[in-house]
Design a protein around this ligand. Sequence first.
Ligand code: ZN
Length: 251
Amino acid sequence: MNRMLRFGVRATASVIMMSAHAFAAEPVPAPKPLAGQTVTGKATASPLPKPKPGQTPDADNSPAKKSASCDLSGVDFESIPPVRGEFSGDAGCGIESPVRLTGIRRESSTVVLKGSVTVSCQFAKTLSQWLQDDVLPVAEKHFDGGIKSIATGPGYQCRRRNNQPDGKLSEHALGKAVDISGFSMHEGASVSVETDWGKDTPQGRFLKDIHESACARFTTVLSPEGDEFHKSHLHVDIGCHGKSCTYLICQ
Ligand SMILES: [Zn+2]
């Protein structure tokens, strides 16, 4: 999609963008369950419980069958059994086909994802392609040797948007989002979203470049420019905004 069209969509969606902005905003990642929340699957795997009344049972909950379908290229990952968390009173969080990402490979180098990232297979494809095709090459333009490791949040977190006690689930709760707080480069430089955002330095220009490329791949990109909740990280997700899922948020 070209830039003009994307901006056109954004302009049309301005009202929705404002409300979605509030939905998508959340503070620094902190894998903390909400009060009253039963978490049977945190960032790691857990058995899928029996469906409750009102929930749609899966046709096949076999972890082997589900996890076998994730086809990721140039990614160090493992498929893990479905994860499920829930809030009391409503159907909740979970990922049917989760993967745990630990590294991204490009040519002969591997970039380590510190702490690993648990996300849906679907999100993993978008994330890994962005990192491989956009972020890693851009890093090599700004820093000799490119990226050594990336600091992220856990990806999956069973919580609501904006960490509010009620309201819709965060995209993190569906394995469709991740927060990125910084990068370590092979040459020794480091990039901190909190410290370097907006600066006219290699770090600042690198962050600006990858923010722009993220907006071409994800439906939501929130930076320190977005709001006070994102001063320390970039949030990217593939959530659906609007009835037709065509609205984009790039802040
Ligand atoms: Zn986030």
